[in-house]
Design a protein around this ligand. Sequence first.
Ligand code: LHQ
Length: 263
Amino acid sequence: MGDAPIKLDIENGVALVTLNRPEALNSFTADMHRALATALDNVEADKSVRALVITGAGRGFCAGQDLNERQRSPNDPPPDLGETLDKYYNPLVRRLYSFPLPTIAAVNGVAAGAGANFALSCDLLFAARSAKFIQAFSKIGLSPDAGGTWFLPRLIGRSKALGLALTAEPLMAEDAERIGLIWKVVDDDALMDIVMKIARQFAAGPTAGFRKIKENLAKGGANSLDAQLDLERDSQRELGLTHDYMEGTTAFLEKRKPVFKGE
Ligand code: LHQ
C-alpha cells in the first residue's frame, strides 16, 4: 500500500495538512479529495486546534485535477466534469472559504489549475519564491474552476484575471504578491518556518474575533455600506462580551502579553 494521499499533523494548536502525492505534483484524485475532507472533519472536531495550514509534499503544491483519472478511451461515454466539481471541488472551496479558523496556504511549489484556485479560498497565501501559479485550464479546453472565476477578478481585477486565464502563462510568486493574489512571498527554505510561526500565533490568538473578521470581510464585498455598518456593530457588540476582548484590553493596560483563550 502506498503512502496516504493526505497527512495530518496536529501540534501546538496548529493543524498541518499536507497534500501527499509528490510523484504527481499532489494533483487531486477522488481518494485524495475524500482523505482531505476527512482530515478537515478531524481538524474541526478537535477543539485544541485553532489554526490550519495546507501545504504540498515534494517540489509542487498541487497540479489540480489528476488528469490520469480523467483519461478516457474513445468508446467511453463523455465524462461529467460538473459532477466532479459538485462532488469534490465545490464543497472543498466552500468549506475552506468559511472555515471557522484562520487558514494559511503554504504554496511550496507549482500550483496549477484547481490547485491554484482552491488555495485562494484560504485566508493567507504564502508562497516560496520559486513557486508559480498557473491557470492551466485553457490548455485543456476548460475554463477556471474551484472558485477561480470568482476569486481572481476580486483579488487582481478583470484584466489580470483574463490574462492569466486566457494565456495560462505561469505567474511567479513575486509577481503574485505584487499584484495582490497572495499575501507574501518568502525564500524557499524559510517558507515552513515562517508559516508555522504565524500559525502558532493564530493558535494563541482571539479565535472568535478571527472568525468574525473572516465572516465580515466575506460579507463586505456584497453588502451595502449601511448593512455592513450594522453588521460591524452587531459583531463588536458580541465580541465585546468575550473573555478575549477583556483579556486583550486588560493586558494592554497592564503592559503585558495577552493570554487569549479563543472565546
Ligand atoms: C500530473 C499532473 C496532473 C496527473 C503533473 N495530473 N499527473 C476539475 C474537475 C474535473 C476535471 C478536470 O479538471 C478540473 C480542474 C483542473 O484542475 S484542470 C487542470 C489540471 N491541471 C493541469 O492541467 C496541470 C497539468 N500539469 C502541468 O501542466 C505541469 O505538470 C506543471 C506545469 C504543473 C508542472 O510542470 P513540471 O514542473 O515540468 O512537471 P511535470 O510536468 O514533469 O510533472 C511531474 C510529474 O507530475 C509528471 O509525471 P511523470 O511520471 O512524468 O514524472 C506529470 O505527469 C505529473 N503531473 N500534473 N494534473
